[in-house]
Design a protein around this ligand. Structure first.
Ligand code: XUL
Ligand code: CO
Length: 438
């Protein structure tokens, strides 16, 4: 029994149901383009927002009943949290969860204690996973909450902090490996700067590159087969975060020779903060060959910060789902609900309602995107838009057989007079809207 035991296991009941504690669209066994819905979405509940955040904000204290939380977490509190988390996960019927080391374990003051407390909770998580069949999508080390990380983890001016970060990541990567985690995530919330005036940019980037190389080397040493993922975000808490967006991460990975070893975990609200469309980030990651996983949530269109709200607008997500389907879907990744309740959502039931609404939103977006892809009209629109490139001129340019001068001479001699042609954007947008019927 736990705080979350009042809700009966959540089932698919279809769109006609009156039951708020049922899925209307998410039918995990429904086949979509040859794959079960559950296998397309690979949904995960995150430990931190759901069980480790009491609802505080910068102006006020926690509001949510989370009796296992306090200034320091004892082993008994960590155990109560684990009990509640797995009660929730199994009642919701989610296949995966995600966690930071410090979300799950008892508070530690030294690295020795950290290692011991993490291993203690790992053994208990292992039992819970075995009993419930819930799997680990990814683990991650929290290198941003403790005051020692105020100036960064891997990019801290103090090498002793770098060493602390290394020890935490080693521990959490190994725990993730032993728990059968499918990925390991690094979100560099404090890997950035607040002022360039006191920051050695080159040195910090080199340290960050070295840190990541050490993580990759260790991954291979211990035989971890999952993916190492960087989670881009432009700012917050730092004013400028190095992992700004997918393109910045790709440049960083290339510079340090890691582009074949590390992928990205894209978060919707982070893309928004970077001034980019979520679908752009997904498409860019597939294009660069570094697509890994997704943290699903949304921002508020009028706020410039990371509100981490539950997604509820399927139509808005369809373009990203089209990119996901066309890219072949997830391999090791999934949709992690990196989303939190509002401060007034104080009933344990609210956590169910938030996830049910969010998961149904993903199911709606998936079905609509599958229809868009199957109808092939968008693909056809793109094909005809670029068809000039399938002709002789296009082929000669693409193959590299023309240099700049030869192409200029050809254009001049042929007197090219290209006309503006319709990009059919409104049609493309209507195609998305018309398939949003679930
Ligand atoms: C912060 C964020 C983190 C990462 C994990 O914005 O998204 O919760 O997902 O550290
Ligand atoms: Co996230």
């Amino acid at each position: 029994m736990s705080l979350f035991s009042d809700v009966a296991p959540v089932r698919f009941e279809g769109p006609q149901t009156d039951n708020e504690y049922a899925f209307r669209v998410y039918d995990k066994d429904r086949e979509v383009l040859g794959k079960r819905m559950e296998d397309w979405l690979r949904c995960a509940v995150c430990y931190w927002h759901s069980f480790n955040w009491p609802g505080q904000d910068i102006f006020g204290a926690g509001t949510l009943p989370r009796p296992w939380l306090g200034a320091t977490i004892s082993q008994a509190m960590a155990d109560a949290k684990l009990e509640a988390a797995f009660d929730f996960l199994t009642r919701l019927g989610m296949p995966y969860f995600t966690f930071h080391d410090v979300d799950a374990m008892a508070t530690a003051a030294t690295l020795k204690e950290h290692d011991r407390n993490l291993k203690t909770i790992e053994a208990r998580i292992q039992e819970k996973m075995a009993a419930s069949k819930v799997k680990l999508l990814w683990g991650t080390a929290n290198l941003f909450s403790h005051p020692r990380y105020a100036g960064g983890g891997a990019t801290n001016p103090d090498p002793e902090v770098f060493a602390w970060a290394a020890a935490q990541v080693r521990g959490c990567l190994e725990t993730t490996h032993r728990l059968g985690g499918q990925n390991y995530v690094l979100w560099g919330g404090r890997e950035g700067y607040d002022s360039l005036l006191n920051t050695d940019l080159k040195r910090e980037l080199d340290h960050y590159g070295r840190f990541l190389s050490m993580v990759v080397e260790h991954k291979h040493r211990i035989g971890f087969k999952g993916a190492i993922l960087i989670e881009p975000k432009p700012f917050e808490p730092t004013k400028h975060q190095y992992d700004r967006d997918v393109a910045a991460v790709y440049a960083f990975l290339q510079r340090y020779g890691l582009a074949k070893e590390v992928k990205v975990n894209i978060e919707v609200n982070h893309a928004t903060l970077a001034g980019l469309d979520f679908e752009h980030e997904v498409a860019a990651a597939f294009t660069y060959g570094i697509f890994g996983s997704i943290d699903i949530n949304r921002g508020d269109p009028r706020n410039g910060w990371d509100t981490d709200q539950f997604p509820n607008n399927a139509q808005e997500l369809v373009p990203a789902f089209v990119a996901l389907i066309e890219g072949g879907g997830f391999s090791t990744g999934g949709f992690n609900f990196d989303a939190k309740l509002r401060r007034q959502s104080v009933d344990p039931a609210d956590l169910y309602l938030a996830h049910i609404g969010g998961i149904d939103t993903l199911a709606r977006a998936l079905l609509a995107a599958a229809d868009v892809v199957s109808a092939r009209k968008l693909a056809e629109l793109k094909r005809t838009r670029y068809q000039g490139w399938d002709g002789e001129l296009g082929r000669r340019i693409e193959s590299g057989s023309l240099d700049l001068a030869a192409l200029a001479d050809l254009a001049t001699a042929s007197d090219f007079q290209p006309a503006v042609r319709s990009g059919r954007q409104e049609l493309a947008e209507s195609l998305i809207a018309r398939h949003c019927k679930y």
